[in-house]
Design a protein around this ligand. Sequence first.
Ligand code: NAD
Length: 329
Amino acid sequence: MRIAFYTTKPYDRFWFEPLGKDYGIDIHFLDATCDDETIILAKGHDAICVFVNDHIDEAMIKQLAEYGVQGILLRSAGFNHVDIQAAAKYHIPVLRVPSYSPEAVAEHGLALLMSVNRYIHRAYNRTRDFNMSINGLMGTNLYHKTAGIIGTGKIGQAMIRMLKGFDMRILAYDLFPNKDLDVEYVSLEELYEKSDVISLHCPLTKETEYLINKESIERMKKGVYLINTSRGALIDTNALVEGLLSEKFGGVGLDVYEEEEGLFFEDKSNEIMKDETLARLMTFPNVLVTSHMGFFTEEAMQAITIETLENAYALKNGVELVNAVTVKS
Ligand code: NAD
């Protein structure tokens, strides 16, 4: 089996090169992202393997079908970057890694929360310069505060477990409330109005796009902390900037950004930043942005690699595709 492996980073090679050999899979590592110009590189391969910022639309899927490509392997849980309906139309299975380490992402969300709340990002810069003043770095206790969790799936639950360690009250919202969880399910409106911390853990769908917008921000408490480790377009970033300007937020921690494609995962430090919204976000002292690295732990990378190769193995050997993304009718 030959796989065209798009958007290869050194850490992908580190994990996939040796394990790919163990699975007897021939991986063709490509630096290129997968787009309408590079899709031709998939020719001669049995499957392609892509990451979160490789957007695959219907025209590209049609081309894959013409090349005889038999599957799309996602190195991610989220699948909003692939036209799933089109893949079904052309009978190309899309296989994802549904769960590799919810704790990895939740722990990163917590790191963002702790950092923006206690200004660790600013304190680090100050003390390196022997500026030992603590003026302006006052945080708030999390103890006995209220957290609002939107999306109580695997990562949301991991976040809930950790926030309970701070003795926080947990409000939650999910389309499908989980009766086994010891949380208070409330309406979105109530969650916005009562939460001191709001953390997003639902997928990006048509329904959740711009879930956090001008109206929802207006409902939130003054001084709220907003954490997004899920997908950038859950938040209308322009509305977020307006909210930050009006001093609504105590802090904002973002691991994802709606315009991250082509930007996150890349070194742009020698270039002029053309994205003015991102540049504006970076000017707020109470905003911390990381570039989609919630998943990035050794345990999660190992699990992603093994599950992706298991998916490839199943595709190659006609085994049941347990991780296929199905189309909602
Ligand atoms: P999951 O499928 O286990 O949980 C998602 C939950 O969201 C489910 O309980 C579902 O019912 C709920 N949901 C769906 N639509 C909703 C809606 N409209 N409103 C409220 N809730 C809704 O997924 P997960 O493994 O917990 O992952 C959550 C998200 O985290 C993924 O979709 C992905 O976008 C993101 N993620 C980010 C990283 C990262 O590195 N930052 C890594 C992995 C996943």
